[in-house]
Design a protein around this ligand. Structure first.
Ligand code: G16
Length: 537
């Protein structure tokens, strides 16, 4: 009947007991566990497309995870993450027994009012992991079983796929749904902005980029010819020698607070790192004394907010959205010095994005470097109008800058390439060095750790993940530990991308932040069913 083929060899019988959940950013697991999952996500993408009569995106990547992992995430029509109401369907479908598959599909069709006779269109992309090609073929199989059409973009960054989906569903209003379209749109806006900058320092022009041995290197090389000659970008960790994300990339640099391997960094040189699918970016430099300075997502949000606030004047309501991982001093700086409202939400771009949509201009960044800026339709229309019609020269110039920012920012999702251009343009326009940017405020010393437990679902959190509800006693223990230190804060949460519990702590000194994080990790180990040996300091 209409389902013939859904059960074809893509069964999940070989890995009974492994239950997967649509997590922070889709499904993630060891690549060999995923063939049936991606096939079924191909089915789901086709169903979602039929339900909405729009093109849906599906990306095969595990982003910051090790090369052996892989994953899959769905992209909704305007380039946003899959709507939460469908995450549940995704989880049901991924975990269904082979013989239940047709039943689960029928149920989804009923609940979500999917007419199977409708057309489906799906855009597919994948990262450079060795397992990605085969998995994306299984995605295609899934789409075809339900009679869907597909366009396989092959190797693209995650944000590029989000961009394509948005272009397609806005009938080209957002841009052309091709890689050339993406490169042209971003580079044109960048060149326009650079024309307005008066900065000419030689060192300002150089930027060293660690591409995590991933897709970012390929796509930046493709984009290079579109850049004006004054932007001298140097690509490192391009994937020709080392493994993806191994001792490099944005996650490594942020977590370990040290430079990536494979990038030779001279004092005061401006450097940045992408992650495995190029949707995150962090900056850093080494001072003349050899000290490493990390400029993370919080400081990126701050730089962008300073710049936008000046240009937007009082005409627009701007806010910043962060997560519990935001450095306490970044929040203080934004609220007290810059006087910008700050909101805290749960980890995961989908949560930040959603909150940021409430404002005329919503700047959102996770501390790990994942973020972007959203302009409401009304704000965008007004800015474009001012850029054309405003009589006051200064105000018109400001509106033009904003207009170019809008075109350069990937509003569908955090985008390392787009964010990098935004940052480079702001530094040039404001004549700021990386040191001056870093000096806006000083990060509170902090530490990120992870602990393995038997089942991380025993930890339930509340208050934007800042407090643990279960297991019993854990939050009380954390509260007591936090009290021992000055300027301290700590929280724990189950990761949605790795099989670990994450721990974050900050305090007045690095020693204290490290000690607090360690003590909290021991509390998690003892109260939440730690696996193996207890964590060592
Ligand atoms: C993904 C999400 C991010 C999240 C990160 C870590 O990043 O897109 O929003 O911060 O995972 O999530 P968790 O702490 O739940 O493991 P990426 O770059 O891996 O896609």
């Amino acid at each position: 009947g209409q389902f013939s083929g859904v059960c074809r060899s893509k069964d999940n019988t070989s890995h009974e007991g492994v239950s997967l959940a649509y997590g922070t950013a889709g499904f993630r697991a060891r690549a060999e566990l995923l063939d049936h999952v991606v096939f079924r996500m191909g089915l789901l993408a086709a169903l979602r497309s039929k339900a909405l009569a729009a093109t849906i995106g599906i990306m095969v990547t595990a982003s910051h995870n090790p090369e052996e992992d892989n994953g899959v995430k769905l992209v909704d029509p305007l380039g946003e993450m899959l709507h939460p109401s469908w995450e549940e369907y995704a989880t049901q479908l991924a975990n269904a027994e082979e013989q239940e598959l047709q039943k689960v599909i029928t149920e989804i069709c009923q609940k979500a009012a999917v007419d199977l006779h409708k057309d489906a269109s799906v855009f597919i992309g994948r990262d450079t992991r060795p397992s990605s090609k085969k998995l994306s073929q299984s995605v295609i199989d899934g789409i075809q079983v339900l009679g869907g059409q597909y366009h396989d973009y092959g190797l693209v960054t995650t944000p590029q796929l989000h961009y394509m989906v948005c272009c397609q569903n806005t009938q080209g209003q957002y841009g052309k749904a091709t890689l050339e379209g993406y490169y042209e749109k971003l580079s044109k806006a960048f060149m326009e902005l650079m024309k307005q900058s008066h900065c000419s320092g030689e060192s300002q022009k150089h930027l060293k980029i660690d591409c995590a041995n991933g897709i970012g290197a390929l796509k930046l090389s493709e984009m290079k010819p579109y850049f004006p000659p004054e932007v001298l970008i140097h690509i490192y960790n391009d994937g020709t020698k080392e493994k993806l994300n191994h001792l490099c990339g944005a996650d490594f640099v942020k977590v370990h607070q040290k430079p990536p391997g494979g990038l030779d960094m001279k004092p005061n040189e401006r450097c940045c790192s992408f992650d495995g699918d190029a949707d995150r970016i962090v900056y850093y430099y080494k001072d003349t004394a050899g000290h490493f300075h990390l400029i993370d997502g919080d400081k990126i949000a701050t730089l962008i907010s300073i710049f936008l606030k000046e240009l937007l004047a009082k005409d627009f309501k701007m806010a910043v959205v962060q997560t519990a991982y935001a450095n306490g001093n970044s929040t203080r700086y934004l609220q007290e010095t810059l006087k910008v409202p700050v909101h805290c939400v749960k980890t995961g771009v989908k949560h930040l994005h959603h909150k940021a949509q409430e404002f005329d201009v919503g700047v959102y960044f996770e501390a790990n470097g994942h973020g972007t800026v959203l302009f409401s339709k009304a704000a965008e229309t007004k800015i474009r109008q001012l850029a054309k019609e405003e009589k006051d020269d200064e105000k018109r110039e400001a509106a033009k800058m904003l207009e170019n920012m809008i075109d350069m920012i990937n509003q569908t999702v955090g985008d390392a390439v787009s964010d990098m251009l935004v940052i480079e343009a702001i530094l040039a326009l404001k004549g700021l060095t990386v040191q001056q940017w870093d000096a806006l405020y000083t990060d509170l010393p902090n530490r990120l750790l992870k602990v393995q437990v038997a089942d991380r679902r025993v930890i339930d959190t509340t208050d934007a993940e800042r407090r643990a509800l279960t297991p019993p006693g854990l939050q009380e223990k954390i509260d007591a530990l936090v009290k021992k230190y000055k300027l301290s804060r700590a929280f724990v949460r189950p990761s949605g991308t790795e099989d670990v519990v994450r721990i974050y702590a900050e305090a007045d000194t690095q020693e204290n932040a490290d000690a607090l994080a360690h003590e909290v990790s021991l509390a998690v180990f003892h109260l939440a069913g730690g696996k193996g040996a207890p964590p060592q300091p």
